[in-house]
Design a protein around this ligand. Sequence first.
Ligand code: REL
Ligand code: ZN
Length: 432
Amino acid sequence: LPNIAGPDLATAVEKAVAQAPVWDFHTHLYTPAFGTPMGRGVDHDPRGLMLWGIDELLTYHYLIAEVLREGAGEGLTPQRFYSLSKTEQADLIWRKLFVEATPLSEACRGVVTTLTRLGLDPGETTLDAYRKWFAEQSPDEQIDRVLEIAGVEKVTMTNDLFDGNERERWLADADLLRADSRFPTVLRFDALVTDWEHAVPRLQSWGYEVDQELSPRAIDEVRRMLEEWIARLRPVYCAMSLPPTWRFPGADEGARCLTDAILPACGEHGLPLALMIGVTRQINPEAKLAGDTVGAADVASVAHLCREFPHQRFLVTMLSRENQHELAVTARKFANLTPFGCWWFLNNPSLIDEITRMRLELLGPTFIPQHSDCRVLEQLIYKWDHSRRAIAAVLGDQYAKLADAGLPITDRMIERDAHRLLHGNVASLLSR
Ligand code: REL
Ligand code: ZN
């Protein structure tokens, strides 16, 4: 087999990574079956969960955080921003971040990439032309189009037990599960571990006999609830996001919920548990979804968990840059731990580059380099476009070093690794 070297090597890697189908491990995307606020040929549902189109793209909370900075000089406050209609918010964001300023940030550049790859001119001064184009699309066709452009095969959802809107939809429609096999489900339940106090009245209102003390009876009831929702959703894994203060072992009700109800349920059904650690919610509550921040968390807690539950698969992403090295080293110690993604504030090319290099050097191909965390369908286009480029650059450099070390690099190798990193590792972890 031919040995590829020099510029040909970089090109071959870029091509293989660009073409490998993606299994996106974590998103907040939905299908039209969950309702959608807009689109040709559907009943509009203002509370629908499937977000897509230009107004949603522009009112992404990453961009809200940015417009609150740009607009502060002319008196824009979070209260004032949120008092506007969605259309007005999008108009304001377009004007402040794209017309009156150069869209230099990663989240802004993402909108430019997305519009361009949809065949639209990203240089419009108003949103009229974009709105007209999106209004002509049907949500189903748009899903097909976006998955095709982005090269994404599976879009793993986040199905949150504590989201009342989504919960009602699952209870009302048993067929939701069969809606679209490209969108696997995930059972998410942060509050069981992070906020037991407020979880109790919610669970009680749903008919579970739980108490603040988390009595043995309450543990059984949490188990019963998890069993019911696992049966209803058939999730590919269970998930939680946790604050930087989270510690394991712990003595509080949340820690007991984890060890006595959640992990036994995962064990029973062979479900991996994903932990997203390091988010401090609402550091600036007025900014709402744009008001969450990052804090360095405790990797030793992850190690303890992996040691105490050796048969449980853990998929872990951490939000702070400071935790990345220790997490990768910990994964060398525990084969039941797989690091995934460059989450949220880490989803920037410079940080993806650094983190992916570190992981590749420490773990070889045994990790999941990226997930998109998209909230709006079309974001798949830019998140994967930008991430693929960053991953290809890192992989290309690593092959060049391997070639220098004396190993001929072949197309077969490159394709195998690109496929593994973008798809295969997720598929095999979720089907084990
Ligand atoms: O799943 C999560 O907890 C986070 O990814 C989200 O809460 C966050 O707002 C998301 O949009 C970040 O990318
Ligand atoms: Zn997320």
